[in-house]
Design a protein around this ligand. Structure first.
Ligand code: FES
Length: 146
């Protein structure tokens, strides 16, 4: 049912953890299943120097977070914006149809973290839309923010 790459990223997730004083943090929740994903970006001179994630969710969400962090690491903000859920799924050799919605979290979390970065620095990132606030439950894990 799952590709080898999905299993690999699920069993050995890359870039799991958090970044202290991150340039941008994005938290998104999946209203269908209640799973939550948090992405931390360290951005310097428009380049994503480091990225970490925390996912409270299903295996497909963990695998897509892991792959998404690999795809944006070392990239420019513009390049990171092009890392869509489709690109992440392709990099994982596909996901079962019922799990496609899980990969949307990764794209949304990266966008939310970039949005946070832009807000903190008073800049505008072309083509970036404000994060969708599906509902309020994902604010629960904000308590470690200042
Ligand atoms: Fe919730 Fe996959 S089932 S993100």
């Amino acid at each position: 049912m799952y590709s080898e790459k999905v299993m690999d990223h699920f069993m050995n997730p890359r870039n799991m953890g958090e970044i202290e004083n991150a340039s941008g943090v994005g938290v998104v929740g999946n209203p269908k299943c209640g799973d939550i994903m948090k992405i931390y970006l360290d951005i310097e001179d428009g380049i994503i120097k480091d990225v970490k994630f925390k996912t409270f969710g299903c295996g497909a969400a963990v695998a897509t977070s892991s792959m998404a962090t690999e795809l944006v690491k070392g990239k420019t903000i513009e390049e990171a914006l092009k890392v869509t859920n489709k690109a992440v799924m392709e990099a994982l050799d596909g996901l079962p149809p019922v799990k496609v919605h899980c990969s949307v979290l990764a794209e949304e979390a990266i966008h939310a973290a970039l949005w946070d970065y832009a807000q903190k620095n008073g800049i505008e990132i072309e083509g970036l839309k404000p994060p969708v606030d599906h509902d309020d439950h994902h604010h629960d894990i904000h308590e470690d923010d200042e």
